[in-house]
Ligand binder design. Structure first.
Ligand SMILES: Cc1cc2nc3c(=O)[nH]c(=O)nc-3n(C[C@H](O)[C@H](O)[C@H](O)COP(=O)(O)O)c2cc1C
Length: 337
């Protein structure tokens, strides 16, 4: 894969999401968009380096370009984890400075690192020097009582000085005291203007904006306003067809027809078969497919068929095919809904 594949793909990316953006999810998303940059779930450096959990790096080349997100705050350990990620074939190594969960705070990584820009810079230098793949940072605009207008430019200046050329900014604070991780994705207000101002202050830094983006129209409009990239999290998972099917054409200027959820389901069948043949469970894949028809006729029936059918003994790709046939019937004759 070309060294700069991730940078080119970063005009649109699917955010790293624990328990959601695993390899099966990424395989599905890749069928919907050839070009959108995909991220792994966060993998912690201690798990890789001290825990020997190398299975966490498993993925297939069909997912490319895909970025590995690391959690950690020890430069030497992160350097080693980055080296392992580069050897595994990832196109980008991303440092998580935005995740607010308790577990992550106690290990001094994630959003708490917004308070330690010098340490983040040291981590980035160590990761860059250890291996050849681009190192990027995903951050918030600040935490707790920090003033984002002051701390965000300072944080960015530190990582730029450490050689980072690309950042993803979740455009809200994390309130580490008192809010759950889920609340921290909704309650602190979004500040897109601040992110826009960072682009003016750091014109050579590739800035992707993240947080609350729910449509491709919105993504296009943010790119038109001068941002370099848009990162979509929950919407890309919950309504993947809306975000990804037209992305290659609308975001990357590709020609050719848009992909369809029906086409993606067909293309998933051999993948499902191979997964089952290797001892995997159907639900490990189909759980990521539940939102494929979100907002379309038959969406509810699709979800029901898939979630009920996937746990039946012996269920396989033919169950998914049957569910698709029902949805297609509903799509073609909406009057019977
Ligand atoms: C289930 C879930 C898990 C997440 N896990 C991570 C993670 O591992 N690393 C990370 O940087 N952000 C994580 N996030 C945050 C997202 O990457 C993203 O920043 C956030 O959801 C805001 O974007 P959105 O409004 O488009 O969803 C997670 C979000 C969700 C919903």
């Amino acid at each position: 894969m070309p060294r700069n594949a991730a940078a080119a793909a970063a005009r649109l990316s699917c955010a790293p999401m624990m328990d959601w953006t695993d390899r099966h999810c990424r395989y599905l998303h890749r069928l919907l968009s050839r070009q959108t940059l995909l991220y792994t779930e966060m993998v912690t450096a201690p798990a890789l380096v001290r825990g020997g959990a190398v299975h966490l790096l498993e993925h297939s080349p069909e997912e490319y370009p895909v970025a590995l997100q690391l959690g950690g705050s020890d430069p030497a350990e992160l350097a080693q984890a980055a080296r392992m990620g580069a050897q595994a074939g990832y196109a980008e190594i991303n440092l998580n400075c935005g995740c607010p969960s308790d577990r992550v705070q106690s290990g001094r990584f994630g959003a708490i690192l917004m308070t330690e820009p010098a340490l983040v810079a040291a981590c980035c230098v160590a990761m860059r020097e250890a291996q050849p793949v681009e190192v990027t940072v995903k951050c918030r605009i600040g935490v707790d009582d920090q003033n984002p207008e002051e701390v965000l430019p300072e944080f960015l200046a530190h990582i730029v000085a450490a050689g980072v050329q690309r950042v993803q900014i979740h455009a809200r604070k994390a309130w580490l005291d008192g809010l759950s991780p889920k609340e921290n994705r909704d309650i602190p207000p979004l500040d897109y203007d601040l992110v826009q101002r960072m682009k003016m202050l750091f014109p050579n830094l590739h800035i992707s904006i993240n947080g609350g983006i729910t449509s491709l129209d919105q993504a296009v409009s943010l790119l038109d306003q001068g941002l370099d990239g848009v990162m979509v999290g929950r919407a890309a998972y919950q309504q993947p067809a809306d975000i990804l099917c037209a992305a290659d054409r609308r975001i990357f200027g590709a020609s050719g027809p848009d992909t369809t959820p029906e086409g993606a389901v067909h293309a998933m069948l051999p993948y499902i078969e191979a997964h089952l043949a290797s001892g995997g469970r159907l639900n490990q894949i189909t759980r990521h497919m539940l939102g494929l028809f979100a907002g379309k006729p038959g969406a509810r029936a699709w979800r029901r068929h898939l979630s009920e059918g996937a746990s039946r003994p012996g269920a396989g790709p033919e169950m998914v095919e049957r569910a698709l046939a029902e949805v297609t019937d509903l799509t073609e004759s909406p009057l019977i809904l």
